[in-house]
Write a protein that binds this ligand. Structure first.
Ligand SMILES: [Fe+2]
Length: 248
């Protein structure tokens, strides 16, 4: 089975479409999403509709939880807060219900793999460092845990003896493959579709080739200016508009 692994789409359908187009070329049978379908970007309804059309197995992100009205954005910075209130105002009840009913991670995908949004400890926690990853490795026996939230494509791995390796600084060209070695636990972030923050503005996604035990990481260009113009029209914060162009 080849799984398309997505995270942090954030209502950016230009980026989302570009990822799906590239992924179809690479080939996949099933779709996984680590949450944050909405928030920040200008097309929350369409992003949800596309994801549902793909029959993606999706968990809830912190932005999805707040946009659905299940929680208030007390932990959000002012830009994120403005955007999530705007998102909430745009979503019909049917779409809020969809977000509100998404399962909370960890969600088991196979005997070997699971999805979380931020971390196993909590959907709002971040895995940025090796220390963060180590804290979470102790909480799972799964071979692979897919996560998002940080908007950084990364693989953390630990061997049976507990020695961890942070393989973070991939020189992402358009494509990189990483072997999922047996006997290791892996924490894998496919990067953000709709708001990358690793300094590369191209949309990010991954494909998990289960039979070949490998991850394929992809970066794709999309028409950032179209998304930015829609955000201007929607009067979303300038800070959020500007950051798309620099991937920060
Ligand atoms: Fe996010």
């Amino acid at each position: 089975m080849r799984y398309l692994v997505l995270s942090d789409i954030h209502s950016n359908i230009e980026a989302f479409d570009a990822c799906i187009h590239r992924a179809k070329h690479a080939g996949f049978e099933s779709v996984l999403c680590c949450g944050d379908v909405v928030g920040y970007g200008p097309n929350p309804i369409e992003a949800i509709d596309i994801l549902r059309g793909l029959k993606a197995l999706t968990i809830r992100g912190n932005h999805d939880r707040v946009a659905a009205g299940l929680d208030e954005p007390t932990q959000f910075n002012p830009h994120a807060r403005r955007a999530v209130f705007w998102t909430r105002s745009m979503l019909p009840d049917s779409h809020k219900d969809y977000l509100g009913n998404l399962p909370v991670g960890p969600l088991e995908i196979t005997a070997d793999a699971q999805l979380v949004h931020g971390a196993i400890t909590d959907e709002d926690d971040y895995i940025f460092t090796e220390a963060d990853a180590n804290e979470n490795f102790r909480l799972t026996d799964k071979h692979i845990t897919f996560f998002g939230h940080s908007h950084f494509p990364v693989v953390f791995s630990v061997d049976a003896a507990g020695n961890s390796v942070m393989a973070t600084t991939y020189e992402f060209d358009e494509f990189t493959a990483v072997k999922c070695e047996a006997g290791r636990k892996l924490f894998i972030n496919p990067g953000s579709v709709g708001q990358p923050r690793d300094g590369d503005p191209r949309a990010s996604f991954a494909i998990w080739d289960q039979d070949r035990s490998r991850m394929e990481f992809y970066r794709v260009e999309y028409d950032i200016e179209v998304t930015q113009e829609k955000m201007r029209q929607a009067q979303l914060p300038q800070y959020l508009i500007d950051r798309l162009a620099v991937g920060r």
